[in-house]
Design a protein around this ligand. Structure first.
Ligand SMILES: [Zn+2]
Length: 309
């Protein structure tokens, strides 16, 4: 069973370190570690449920995540810096998801700033959804959405009006109906004539998405201009995106992107429902790109030599 750190060894002389952001906000390593331990416990229970050693391996990996951290003191500033650590990189690990989201947010800030400098685009924010699906259909639905997204950005009108995209996959869960809601959040720099003759109305975005996905119903598609003052900066966009995503009332979020992280599972215990959630999300998301860049954003990502998050 994975250690959940409800003890301290009173024989040891120690100092509890605090990690603070530039603005003085405390970084909650302990909280993340505890959530990771809980995910590990779910993987362990899944091994018992399925008999598959695959889950035991994941349980061990997540359990070892950030098990020890080595900090070194900077000679000049006197501040401690993370020098050595092991992170499991398991998709559903809350510790790793948190670190990934910080990295993506900082990358996106640089990319947006550079895009503004080079192209002075306007920005729109698009949300592409499909109907909720059962756990068993989640994996295939996400595969279809990836393909649908690729098609969407090949349509002439989309190509003509846009300069690129940043795409993030998010999955929320409807706990009452026990269904999953995969959707894309897309940040799009658009050409200056987009709001003129290249404008794509919400109804058009909807029909493009419906066609790309070959759906027999009309999907829900949101589109909005990223507001802000004359010079849209990275911060304004991030705030806007955050607001939009919070409005979606995500119950369950993974990956991410500049948004507060929420629990993948509910409560603090291993439950049958949580086991289902971990099982389906693990199957649907392992070895899958949760985020992607296209067009100028992809080029800038490359130019800036940013590593994969
Ligand atoms: Zn991890």
């Amino acid at each position: 069973m994975c250690n959940t750190y409800n003890f301290v060894d009173s024989n040891l002389d120690y100092t509890i370190l605090e990690d603070k952001t530039a603005t003085g906000k405390k970084r909650d390593w302990r909280g993340k570690k505890m959530k990771s331990s809980l995910i590990s416990a779910h993987y362990e229970a899944l091994e018992k449920r399925t008999g598959s050693p695959y889950f035991l391996k994941k349980a061990e990996k997540v359990c070892d995540c950030a098990e020890y951290l080595v900090f070194k003191r900077d000679r000049k500033t006197g501040k401690l810096k993370l020098a050595q650590a092991y992170f499991c990189k398991v998709r559903l690990c809350p510790m790793c998801a948190w670190r990934r989201s910080l990295k993506i947010a900082s990358h996106n800030k640089l990319i947006v700033e550079e895009a503004n400098r080079q192209y002075k685009p306007a920005w729109i924010f698009l949300t592409l959804t499909v109907k909720n699906v059962e756990g068993d259909d989640l994996k295939q639905t996400i595969t279809d959405m990836m393909e649908g997204f690729r098609k969407l950005f090949q349509y002439k009108k989309v190509k003509t009006g846009t300069l690129g995209f940043f795409r993030a996959l998010e999955i929320t869960k409807n706990h009452e109906e026990n269904t999953y809601h995969p959707h894309f959040h897309v940040l799009i720099p658009v050409k200056r004539n987009y709001f003129g003759k290249s404008y794509i109305k919400q109804a058009e975005w909807t029909s493009f998405w419906k066609r790309a996905m070959k759906l027999d119903y009309t999907p829900i598609v949101h589109v909005q201009r990223v507001k802000g003052k004359k010079n849209i900066d990275a911060e304004a966009i991030e705030q806007e995106v955050r607001k939009e995503m919070e409005e979606q009332k995500a119950i369950l979020e993974i990956s991410k992107y500049p948004v507060k992280d929420t629990d993948v599972i509910r409560g603090n215990e291993v439950t049958e429902e949580n086991l289902d959630t971990v099982y389906y999300l693990d199957g649907a998301l392992s070895a899958r790109r949760l985020i992607g860049y296209g067009g100028i954003l992809k080029e800038i990502h490359k130019e800036l030599n940013l590593t994969d998050a």
